[in-house]
Ligand binder design. Structure first.
Ligand SMILES: *[C@@H]1O[C@H](CO)[C@@H](O)[C@H](O)[C@H]1NC(C)=O
Ligand SMILES: *[C@@H]1O[C@H](CO)[C@@H](O)[C@H](O)[C@H]1NC(C)=O
Length: 204
């Protein structure tokens, strides 16, 4: 009886410790100069961020360690409303003077169905600040000339928890977008651009 109580207490303590150590918290800070860059060594037909959005009315300025964004962007990608846009997000680490792939990868089979989904990283980073979202939501990024009006915002650091590994140092986040017409045929142009970011890990 006494022994089983000791065992129970011990189990409870062990459980507490296990549930307290949740792993690591990863923080991603974006680089303030030239936040967007081109993907290297791409095939013909692969455009950079300017191939999907006209950013000339968008202002990105860094101010005391913060990145402030204001103004508008306009869709310019030559695809159709009925196209399915497929996205992928791949994280690369700068290691021994080379960009090497990491396990961090997200595939988005239908970008338009999740563009304004509150649980997505891009919602907390970007689409939540689009003030005319209700008017343009159904056009997704598929209709040229559609303008996204932003409330001025500060580009937040991304934070998430991770059970397994630590990640530190300079990284790049590569974003690719491809469009397929209603017959499943790939459009001749696709998009690839990168965001420079710095990763930090904290044990929690
Ligand atoms: C995208 O590519 C165009 C044309 O190739 C180039 O003029 C422009 O500087 C690039 N834009 C960005 C944001 O990388
Ligand atoms: C953004 O668009 C709105 C509405 O068209 C306009 O009033 C505003 O001046 C634009 N901002 C910039 C920086 O172009």
């Amino acid at each position: 009886m006494w022994l089983s109580r000791v065992v129970l207490v011990l189990l409870a303590i062990v459980f507490e410790i296990v549930s307290y150590s949740k792993g690591y918290q990863i923080r991603i800070r974006f680089d303030d100069d030239e936040i967007f860059s081109d993907c290297r060594d791409q095939l013909d037909g692969v455009l950079n961020i300017s191939g999907v959005w006209d950013l000339t009315e968008l202002t990105i300025e860094s101010q005391s360690d913060q990145i402030k964004v204001s103004g508008n962007t306009t869709s310019v990608w030559d695809i159709q409303l009925t196209d399915r846009v497929v996205g992928s997000i791949d994280v690369y680490k700068f290691y021994r003077r080379e960009w090497v792939p990491t396990i961090y990868k997200i595939n988005v089979p239908d970008v338009c169905s999740t563009m304004y989904d509150k649980n997505q990283y891009w919602y907390s980073l970007w689409t939540q600040y689009i003030t005319n979202a209700d008017d343009i939501k159904d056009k997704c990024i598929n209709v040229r000339g559609v303008k996204y009006i932003h409330r001025p915002f500060i580009l937040k650091d991304l934070q998430f928890n991770n059970q397994m590994t630590t990640v530190e140092g300079p990284h790049k986040i590569q974003i690719q977008l491809k469009a397929f017409n209603v017959f499943g045929k790939l459009r001749p142009t696709s998009i690839c651009f990168e965001l420079k970011a710095y990763f930090e890990t904290k044990f929690i």
